[in-house]
Design a protein around this ligand. Sequence first.
Ligand code: GLY
Length: 425
Amino acid sequence: MSSVPGTRSAENPPALDAERPPALGARSPRQTGQTGARSAEHPPQDVLVIGGGIIGLVTAWRAAQRGLRVAVVDPQPGGGAAQVAAGMLAAVTELHYGEETLLALNLESARRYPAFAAELAEASGQDIGHRACGTLAVALDADDRAHLRELHALHLRSGLESQWLSGRECRRLEPMLAPGVRGGLRVDGDHQVDPRRLASALVIACERAGVRFRRAWAERLSVAGDRAVGAVLDDGTEAAAEQVVLAGGSLSGRLGGVPPRVLPPVRPVKGQVVRLTVPASHAPFLSRTVRAMVRGSHVYLVPRRSGELVVGATSEEMGWDTTVTAGGVYELLRDAHELVPGITELPLTETRAGLRPCSPDNAPLLGPTDLPGLLLATGHHRNGVLLAPLTGDVMATALTCGVLPEEAGPFTPRRFSSLSQEQPV
Ligand code: GLY
């Protein structure tokens, strides 16, 4: 899972209507009486960030560090997909054909993670669970093995560190693996972080850096004279700002008032996740992230130092549905059990579903749009947690200097300008 900042959490999902998906600022029935006169009782900001998930928060924190006055609009900062995501930093093991440009961005963000984690821990007083544990991707049958061999070849062609291991070597590294494991890839550079800790550390760091939180939904973008100038909130107020960053995760394409030519073409891709607990008596259970393709579907197990074991994730095109289904949980546990039979003994502590914000090319939309004053930081799909350090840096540069740094150039929202005009989401 990647981050879906500013959207409603799976615990408190919006009322779902397949015909009418929620708008970014959809009102709850309780709030419908609050449509009275708008007021602008808050001082104008330099930057208004719409969406307080990991991407919105890291943008706000980095911008505030550069001296900008920043506000974040979100009813529940740090909620949304940050509460669901497993937190793999999987630039190498999640590499896909044709995504070499995205690979460069992912690797650069992974490179920045250790310093980012240390700086954020210092700024917030909270450890974000950055764990340099590495990843083992394994194959269970002949087809999985052929698929993994292809991935290994792609790794080698791309100059990535990735080592082929026999089944026996895999089990030597991770003794809990099923005896049927036929081989695997050892990728020592793919690590993990705890997205819940990351989100809560970012909220604290933002507060300490002077970021203001507006706990409301953004209802519509305010545009004056072909320039974004803030947003109208569902608490009856307006938030004025020199620049607006739309970081609303999978709901980014649904903010009212955004001209169609700059509306981000982002859609939700559902991911269901299961959390188990490894009792002290069973530790060590897994020492690193273990993942596999099981009969064509991906499954991963992410072990935390705390004993939490996150098993994820489904990938479903279901609109804004965040229902946890028996089928989704069954498939995850069935595949994880084939990989690591001992998981059936572990207590099951939580099931959740979240929404990845997916763009047409699976890559993020970063930086200025063709509407002056409006920037995007959305569409991170499977890589929101991984791309947090780099997104914060490039967005802060775009906000202070007006230009997107070179490393983020290919990810300008302008690559979709014609698409947005033809196919508003
Ligand atoms: N990056 C893991 C996921 O999106 O499920």
